[in-house]
Design a protein around this ligand. Structure first.
Ligand code: PRX
Length: 658
């Protein structure tokens, strides 16, 4: 550990604990620590989550681990996710709100479970009418409008795995995902609101179609009754199709537990995003179980997760988990500070939100805006969540005090796109909260820390190491779509005996560093690989670098993460130029433009730094860590393995001079 890390460690180790209130504990879904004992019975403990669902056919075997790491969960079971999130609630609560939606422009919409049932069925009929069948992959490129969960659930009803692409992704990023999944269908919308502007969203599909070799069919929703952006005549309008299928009902397809429910692309250490493939039974069981026990969701609650459904958090904890539990899930379309910085709290008050779920980036932003905004509104959260990044104790305390009024519990949930649901988190009534620490393993989960040689570090000894998971769990990804080898190499090869048939020899590598403190709480430090976390968005440095490499003038590019007070990290791009090219505003703009085109504006770099040379090892590998030291004005790490050890210093001087 460096001195700085040691200091931080000491500061965090000293954090006081906060106890959940007796009122919270008294009403919590789980308040008996025996839950951990039940889940110690591995893998049978996980049946408790599966029991929360309605199965068309019960499973014969909880886990088939005979072919690791291709685990199979709830083998022999059959179910439908759309049925579990919609139909099964009709008897008891068809008039209860399933989704409440607020548009940025103030439009409000409530869909009861009965409404959702109608809309999902009609959309399923519409999809069927254009040819969508079981196992077809449907790409959904929709923003935060009700059409998104409706389309997802319609796909699930048909057994057609969806691949939702975050609306902020560019046309090229969309095209790449459509191509990788060989998806024959794209569902989009003409536009959506962001800071009062009705963005022309459909043009991304227009452009993406020019970048894929095949010819997917496009279905277009409209944000208003009349489309406000030009729509290609070749596209089919969802509204026209829905009109043809009014009141139609579509029998939910019974899916084998192992049949895929969806793909979610995520960034890794190569330029190409990975399609994390999630199964139907295990995934739905896991997110429903954790929604109940970790999020403490009850049917009568209004639950608001402010993430975007285009990322895994929204899939698991806006759509599937909460709706499977029959609660009311709230969605908001727009920017959190539009038209004023109290918008979030205004919404919380208007809908009387009980449970609020957000990211540390958002908390830091709220903190910067000041407590006068939440103070103006009358809301009362019982439970709050953070996800996606480490949260600094200062931000945690602010959230606890000014948003939670020192009475709401907070869970800091660590997990990943790949894990489907929470893996490290406290159960809110069972452990005391410790600012900055995600806490203890979720029931049935076995995290551990390994050193780089793959040796297990002593449990709870305060050392930092590679975070790994030693047992399989139902929410885990099945594979990387179409690339089993990549699945093994990325997550398993480093710490597993890959020729073994015994699952005990297989260990999942998360790619994060963590500390396991003496109190048994895990504190996740962040990524150890070339993946950055920008305002909670996961970005691969290689993806950014490949985008920059598209620019004519650029010879080589390397991206380093610069720490940022609000966003956590931001990308700094270091480039060398080709012979005869000169540093200019034009080249800088071309570089930023390339990133916006290839990925999306949310990945825009903080700085573009023109340098004479990049630090490289003798074998030619770029040492991004040294660039990170420069970006963060830290002491330079080991430079002895560099081909030219003077390069980092030269870069630093050049930047200081420039
Ligand atoms: O580095 C960890 C960080 O986010 C990464 C996963 O990103 P993604 O797949 O986009 O999923 C985000 C939502 C689950 C992890 O590898 N991360 C996630 N949660 C936490 C976290 N870092 C610290 N504390 C957390 N609670």
């Amino acid at each position: 550990m460096s001195n700085e890390e040691q200091e931080l460690e000491a500061r965090l180790a000293d954090q006081e604990y906060f106890r959940p209130s007796p009122e919270f504990v008294g009403q919590a879904n789980v308040s008996d620590p025996a839950i951990y004992d039940r889940f110690d019975d591995f893998p049978a403990g996980f049946e408790e989550y599966a029991e929360l669902l309605d199965w068309d056919k019960r499973w014969d075997e909880v886990l088939d681990a005979s072919n690791p790491p291709f685990y199979e969960w709830f083998v022999g079971g059959e179910l439908n996710a759309s049925y579990n999130c919609v139909d099964r609630h009709l008897d008891e609560r068809k008039n209860q709100a399933a989704l409440r939606w607020e548009g940025e422009d103030g439009t409000q919409r409530t869909l009861t479970y009965q409404d959702l049932y109608r809309e999902v069925n009609e959309m399923a009929a519409a999809l069927q009418s254009i040819g969508v069948e079981e196992d077809d992959i449907v790409t959904i490129h929709l923003p935060m409008v009700p059409a998104l969960p409706i389309t997802m659930l319609a796909c699930a009803r048909l057994g057609a795995p969806h691949s939702v692409v975050f609306a902020g992704f560019s046309a090229s990023a969309l095209a790449e995902r459509v191509r990788d999944a060989d998806s024959e269908y794209i569902i989009t919308i003409d536009g959506y609101y962001r800071r009062d502007e009705l963005l022309d969203h459909i043009q991304k599909t227009d452009q993406a179609l020019t970048e894929v070799e095949h010819d997917p069919q496009v279905l277009a929703w409209t944000r208003h009754d009349d489309a406000r952006h030009e729509i290609d005549e070749e596209y089919t309008m969802v509204d026209d199709l829905l009109a043809e299928h009014r009141r139609e009902e579509v029998e939910p397809v019974s899916r084998a537990a192992e049949d895929p429910l969806f793909l979610m692309y995520t960034s890794g250490t190569t330029g190409k995003p990975k399609g994390c493939q999630h199964r139907t039974g295990g995934y739905l069981a896991y997110v429903t179980g954790t929604s109940k026990y970790v999020e403490d969701i009850k049917p009568e609650d209004t639950y608001w997760c402010s993430a975007d459904i285009g990322w895994i958090t929204g899939h698991s904890y806006i759509v599937y988990g909460p709706l499977a539990l029959g609660t009311t899930s709230l969605m908001y379309e727009g920017a959190p500070d539009h038209p004023h910085k109290g918008r979030i709290w205004e919404i919380a008050e208007r809908y009387d939100v009980d449970i609020f779920h957000t990211s540390p980036t958002a908390v830091r932003m709220f903190m910067k805006w000041g407590e006068e905004y939440p103070e103006e509104y009358d809301f009362d959260f019982r439970h709050m969540t953070t996800v996606g990044e480490p949260i600094q104790p200062e931000a945690w305390l602010w959230y606890y005090t000014h948003i939670g009024d020192e009475s709401a519990v907070i869970v800091d949930t660590w997990w990943q796109t790949e894990t489907g649901g929470h893996l490290i988190t406290n159960l809110p009534a069972l452990q005391d909260m410790k600012p900055g620490s995600a806490g203890v393993p979720a029931p049935g989960i076995a995290p551990a820390l390994y050193n780089d040689a793959g040796e297990s570090l002593e449990s709870a000894n305060g050392q930092a190491g590679n975070l790994v998971i030693e047992n399989p769990w139902p929410g885990m990804l099945q594979t990387v779509y179409g690339d089993d080898e990549r699945f093994i190499n990325t997550y398993w090869a480093d710490f597993s005996e890959t020729d073994s048939d015994d699952w005990h020899d297989w260990t999942y590598k998360a790619g994060d560093g963590a500390v396991h403190a003496q109190d048994g709480y895990f504190r996740v430090l962040g990524r150890l690989d070339d993946v950055m976390n920008v305002a909670g968005h996961r970005l691969g440095t290689m993806e950014l670098e490949s985008a920059v490499a598209e620019v004519e003038a650029v010879a080589e590019a390397a991206v380093a993460a610069r720490e940022h007070a609000e966003k956590g990290e931001v990308p700094d791009v270091y480039v060398t130029l080709r012979e005869g090219q000169e540093e200019s505003e034009e080249v800088r703009e071309a570089i930023v433009g390339a990133i916006e085109t290839e990925i999306g504006p949310f990945a825009r770099p903080a700085n573009v730094l023109f340098v004479a040379d990049l630090p490289k090892t003798r074998s030619g590998k770029i040492m991004r860590r040294l660039l990170e030291d420069i970006s963060n004005e830290e002491e330079l790490g080991d430079t002895t393995t560099l081909r030219d050890p003077s390069v980092p210093e030269q870069i630093r001087e050049q930047i200081q001079a420039g």
